[in-house]
Design a protein. Structure first.
Length: 245
């Protein structure tokens, strides 16, 4: 998929999701922000990230059945990896400073039968309460970098650290050289109560299986349901059915 195909992708998603009546679906991640990664010829290498919102945990199985074919249709038509993290509506409203929420645009929802409306502005939360949520993606991507694709995930961890240091008004370049040390320094200096996922990483950053433990905690913090219930993915399996236009 090329960068120029993004509008066609969004139109396709809105059409595919239009019949949903018990689930709102938002676009998150770099395709929402517009800072997606591309190759030298303009091919997008970032994933599509959807956030389907449901009211109750009992709604999750039906949501998975509805979203799975949409993700596969996207990968088949546009040759882009597509993921989704099904999220409980109460959890979404409870954590407006989670990275997946702050990466949304103001009009994030591709379909909104639950009448969720625009993403909650981060400023609606006390600045000090934002710190654990700014730290969370740093430790998540550091943990993930020990598990897979270290270059990409370390880059994401550094980007998240830049958000944290910018929020705190820090401009010391040393803060980005040792990210675990920086996180520890921040939470000690500002008396931050870490989220369980961040504490799990920092307590044993190189422990075998650490990423799975951190990931599972992140999904409970962000989505309100376990990772196996929430996460869906549709990797590319063949060439697009037709060229997007």
């Amino acid at each position: 998929m090329r960068a120029a195909d993004r509008p066609a992708l969004l139109d396709f998603l809105r059409s595919e999701l239009a019949q949903l009546d018990a689930m709102s679906v938002a676009l998150s991640g770099s395709l929402a922000r517009g800072d997606f990664r591309t190759t030298s010829d303009g091919t997008i290498t970032s994933d599509l990230d959807l956030i389907p919102l449901v009211v109750r945990a009992t709604d999750v199985p039906a949501a998975r059945r509805q979203i799975t074919p949409v993700l596969q249709a996207v990968t088949d038509r546009f040759a882009i990896d597509a993921t989704a993290a099904i999220t409980l509506l109460d959890a979404y409203r409870r954590v407006p400073c989670a990275a997946y929420v702050t990466s949304m645009t103001g009009q994030a929802f591709l379909t909104d039968p639950l009448h969720v409306g625009p993403a909650v502005p981060p400023a609606a939360q006390d600045p000090d309460e934002r710190l654990p949520w700014l730290i969370q993606p740093i430790t998540y991507y550091l943990a993930k970098a020990c598990h897979e694709d270290p270059v990409t995930n370390l880059t994401k961890a550094r980007s998240a650290a830049l958000h944290l240091t910018s929020h705190l008004g820090l401009d010391d370049p040393d803060t980005l050289r040792d990210l675990p040390h920086t996180v520890r320094e921040v939470y000690e200096r500002y008396d931050v109560t870490l989220l369980p996922s961040s504490a799990a990483y920092l307590n044993a950053p190189t422990s075998p299986g650490r990423f799975q433990a951190v990931r599972d905690l992140v999904f409970m913090e962000n989505q309100g349901i376990p990772f196996p219930d929430s996460a869906l993915t549709a990797p590319r399996r063949h060439q697009p059915i037709q060229e997007a236009s």
